[in-house]
Design a protein around this ligand. Structure first.
Ligand SMILES: NC(=O)c1ccc[n+]([C@@H]2O[C@H](COP(=O)([O-])OP(=O)(O)OC[C@H]3O[C@@H](n4cnc5c(N)ncnc54)[C@H](O)[C@@H]3O)[C@@H](O)[C@H]2O)c1
Length: 441
């Protein structure tokens, strides 16, 4: 007997958000067609292959994808018209890239035009991308209305910015409250009804698109500013011979203090872009921002600072030096290396003449100097720099550095606090006689 589906949904964009979101809907009893402009990605996904690092109740996304493809509840296509022919629920996850500090609405506009070409009466278009405030009103709605249909009269139009963290997508689609806005009350309610298929958390109505768009940016910018605070502090603690990680841990025992962790910088699609989405709107409104650009600058300078730490520790001139860069993802336990600070650290070292070999078991090959094993990265190098934690990186035992690094003054710059600060916690993990200097941020 043919399977009966609760709803049929088209999800536009099959990246870090769109693919797990599609599969979350299929797990909720829906049939999903995923549409992506990248033909190679579509072909890969239809073969059951993805490099995303997501899992649901212990099952890796690869297994879920293969099962849903086999059941016929999910498939991917590059053809929006075919996807839209019979489907009424349309979810958009195509984002706004930033080039040279400027948001580029091109890919989203192109996606919306492809939807407008197949839009029907009574369809729901629910946008989940992070937007520049004003875009729902001034970009999304007018492009969709090129169909000849009117939002709020002929079709429903809603906005519910996605809030998941990569690596926790399936869990957070269910437990994270969602902010929703609509072009009218019916659109808001239709959007909420679609979201209720997957979420058990509160659905929080916003009074207008702009409030929801700006709230999403504030969420990301607040993390960026908080990370900048501890990143800046790390320069002070380093100068004082203290561990920033210990100082943050101690301060966080105060019941009203929630500091974040420092690191080699802030990358990925979400946090740095949020400032670049808000800045032009503030400028246009005649408002001078000072804290937010300062935070962006502090975080943006971190890769340079980490590279300089490494350069100062080299026992030979940079052009004779070899360094292993471990963890290339933009954050711990991710396969995403977009705008990764790790790649920038490696870039600065290479610019100085250092030969860099990088290893990250989760990140698909993204640079010419990426090697496929820890041994290959470390073998004979003068030092290593740890830039992201990663399952399978296999550096829990710091003895591996003593065994594989060049014995002339070997060092490890540990930006992720894997080993603690040996000076502060002498008994923790790193034996005193390791023969390798371990330097924390
Ligand atoms: N990555 C995250 O953790 C995260 C979290 C919350 C919100 N967001 C937001 O969600 C949105 C998507 O982020 P992402 O990380 O999934 O991006 P992504 O780049 O991984 O995915 C976007 C996908 O859209 C596809 N695409 C581009 N043009 C298209 C078109 N015309 N038609 C169909 N598909 C097209 C791309 O090929 C790509 O696969 C962004 O707005 C982002 O800011 C991301």
């Amino acid at each position: 007997m043919a399977e009966r589906y609760f709803r049929e949904i088209a999800v536009f964009g099959l990246g870090f958000v769109g693919l797990p979101l599609s599969l979350c809907f299929t797990l909720g009893g829906c049939k999903v067609v995923g549409v992506d402009a990248n033909a190679d990605l579509v072909e890969e996904i239809n073969r059951g292959v993805t490099h995303l690092q997501e899992q649901y109740r212990g099952f890796p996304i690869q297994q879920i994808l293969q099962r849903e493809l086999a059941r016929g509840s999910f498939r991917a296509t590059t053809d929006p018209r075919e996807a839209l022919a019979s489907i009424q629920d349309i979810v958009v996850t195509v984002g706004i890239p930033v080039a040279g500090g400027e948001p580029d609405p091109g890919p989203l506009a192109q996606c919306l035009r492809s939807i407008a070409a197949g839009l029907k009466r009574e369809d729901l278009v629910l946008v989940r991308s992070t937007l520049v405030p004003g875009m729902m009103r001034n970009l999304v709605r007018p492009i969709l209305e090129e169909s000849g249909l009117r939002a709020g009269e002929d079709f429903y139009l809603g906005y519910a910015p996605e809030r998941i963290a990569e690596g926790r997508a399936f869990e957070e689609f269910v437990i994270m409250p969602v902010v929703v806005s609509g072009v009218d009350m019916d659109s808001l309610e239709e959007s909420a009804a679609l979201l209720r298929v997957i979420t058990r958390a509160e659905i929080v109505p916003a009074s207008c698109f702009e409030a929801a768009e700006t709230a999403k940016l504030l969420e990301n910018i607040s993390r960026e500013v908080n990370i900048a605070l501890v990143n800046e502090l790390s320069a002070v603690t380093q100068a004082l011979g203290l561990s920033v990680f210990e100082v943050v841990r101690l301060a966080n025992t105060h019941r009203r203090v929630r500091l974040l962790q420092p690191g080699p910088g802030v990358g990925g699609y979400c946090l740095p872009n949020a400032y670049h989405y808000l800045a032009p709107v503030a400028r246009g409104a005649g408002v001078d921002l000072s804290l937010m650009p300062a935070a962006r600058r502090v975080n943006d300078l971190m890769p340079r600072r980490v590279a300089d730490m490494v350069l100062r520790l080299l026992p030979v001139p940079p052009v004779q030096a070899r360094v292993a860069a471990l963890g290339l993802a933009m954050k711990d336990f991710s396969s995403d290396s977009r705008s990764s600070p790790a790649l920038r650290v490696a870039g600065y070292l290479r610019e100085a003449g250092v030969s860099v070999r990088a290893f990250d078991p989760a990140v698909p090959r993204s640079c010419s100097f990426q090697v496929s094993s820890l041994e290959e990265a470390l073998d004979g190098a003068h030092g290593a720099v740890i830039l992201a934690k990663q399952k399978g990186l296999a550096i829990e035992d710091p003895g591996v550095f003593a065994r594989l690094l060049d014995p002339a003054g070997p060092f490890v710059v540990d930006t992720r606090n894997i080993y603690g600060n040996p000076a502060c916690l002498p008994d923790r993990q790193v034996p005193k006689d390791l023969g390798v200097r371990i330097i924390s941020l």
